[in-house]
Write a protein that binds this ligand. Structure first.
Ligand SMILES: [Zn+2]
Length: 445
């Protein structure tokens, strides 16, 4: 047995293997010949008894990380042992150490490095080339890491849901009609991501589509403790999500960021302006039209307009829109903003109720279809807005996760396999906190 504290073995750093000699070939390649230096290597994997009956020798060349920037050829001459234990089903076995398990042609530390490189957002082909291994080898390492690291999410208090687009919609053949024509189905280019908003778990999972059924299926696949632990769900104003939450999490409150509603109000102002211009001029707005020139001022908040800009916008609307609809829409938008501002600074409930009533009244009296729709939408989502204003919980973290998802997609230049894509995205999104909790046990995993 070789003393494993010798310098060369120490430099190579493969526990359980000792360097016997290093051969430099004429091509400049270093061949490191190693021997077993682990008494447990002769332990039968079936019955755990150490064998002393050698059968023959096997030469294996596990791929390893570069040593000092150089790729070495590691040659391990290992024994095949007979198992002499009675009743043990295994006749013989080869030695194995933690860094080179039986049947593996790569070292454990190489596979870990491959998976971490991909997890950090590097392209899988590039990682394969850099480590001189094949793409499937990297893929197997990533799959193994995903299986070990991506565990079922812990219960969360605040769940965020957000939609992301997964490529373009495609038409795929799906069987044949009775009359022989091919049946085509459109793939759903959307997917929904679930995010831990207040905890440290980042991306909890993803599902295809953004329908109520898709979200409910994901929630149903979680544990009862997970569903019971959710107090608030933060969503975009999307009816499918709200329906799923009401069905699957009847006790959870829904929160919607009022920012989305102000965006809808701005859209309504633009829709009114475009319709009025078409009605008046019989065409779309152009640069020379005063209403068109005002289009940006109309979307700016009242408090961010100078006195002169406000006068220009106001007079432009009065002079060039005899129907007064553009100004009505703008006032409705400003009423809504004032309402949200009042609620956001924790205004008196009576004051909020009065402002809400003023907004509804104004929108109803205006008799403008776009404002009627807006008021209906606000009415639908107001309770969720109030939850948002009371808790201050936003989808900001979900949107941060979307940025990470885009990084992974960009690095990979697209994915054909969604399972691969999901694994890579979740590994990438959760890597920081998994590593933190591995280093520091006080941080909850
Ligand atoms: Zn055995």
């Amino acid at each position: 047995m070789v003393d494993r504290s010798d310098d060369a073995s120490c430099l190579l750093g493969l526990a359980g293997l000792a360097v016997e000699r290093v051969v430099l070939t004429v091509l400049g390649m270093k061949i490191v010949q190693v021997v077993t230096d682990d008494p447990d290597a002769a332990r039968c994997p079936s019955c755990q008894v150490c064998s002393t009956s050698g059968k023959d020798w096997v030469l294996t060349r596990p791929r390893d990380l570069p040593c000092g920037g150089e790729f070495l050829v590691v040659q391990w001459r290992k024994r095949r042992w007979r198992c002499r234990t009675e009743d043990c089903p295994r006749g013989s076995f080869t030695e194995q150490v933690a860094q080179v398990p039986a049947g593996m042609r790569t070292t454990t530390r190489l596979r870990a490095a491959l998976a971490v490189a991909v997890e950090d957002g590097r392209d899988q082909s590039e990682v394969a080339a850099a480590h001189r291994v094949s793409w499937p080898t990297v893929q197997r390492a990533v799959v193994a890491r995903g299986a070990a690291e991506l565990v079922e999410p812990e219960p969360v208090r605040v769940l965020g849901m957000d939609e992301t687009r997964f490529g373009r919609p495609r038409w795929l053949p799906d069987g044949v009609h009775a009359d022989g024509r091919i049946r085509w189905v459109r793939t759903d280019p959307w997917e929904t991501g679930f995010v831990d908003i207040t905890g440290e778990q980042s991306l909890l999972g993803q599902v295809d589509g953004r329908t109520s059924a898709a979200v409910q299926a994901w929630l149903a696949a979680r544990s009862p403790e997970f569903r019971a632990g959710i107090e608030v769900v933060v969503i975009d104003p999307h009816a499918g999500y709200a329906a799923a939450v009401r069905a699957a999490l009847p006790d959870a409150a829904i929160a919607v960021d009022h920012f989305h509603l102000i965006m809808l109000a701005n859209k309504a102002v633009t829709a009114v302006r475009q319709r009025v211009t078409r009605d008046l001029l019989g065409r779309r707005g152009r640069k020379i039209d005063p209403a068109w020139a005002n289009r940006r001022l109309l979307l700016r908040g009242r408090e961010r307009l100078s006195q002169a800009a406000l006068a220009r916008m106001w007079n432009g609307c009065v002079d060039h829109d005899p129907s007064g609809q553009i100004l009505s829409a703008w006032i409705a938008k400003e009423e809504l903003r004032a309402l949200c501002a009042t609620a956001a600074r924790g205004g008196h409930p009576g004051e909020i109720r009065d402002r809400l009533y003023a907004f509804y009244q104004w929108s109803a009296d205006a008799q403008i279809p776009e404002l009627t729709t807006l008021a209906e939408t606000i009415e639908t989502w107001w309770p969720a807005i109030e939850v948002f204003l009371a808790t201050g919980l936003t989808n900001a973290r979900t949107e941060g996760t979307n940025r990470l998802i885009k990084q992974v997609k960009r690095a990979a230049c697209g994915f054909r396999n969604r399972e691969n894509y999901r694994r890579r995205v979740r590994l990438h999104c959760t890597r920081r906190i998994r590593r933190l909790s591995a280093r520091n046990p006080t941080v909850p995993a």
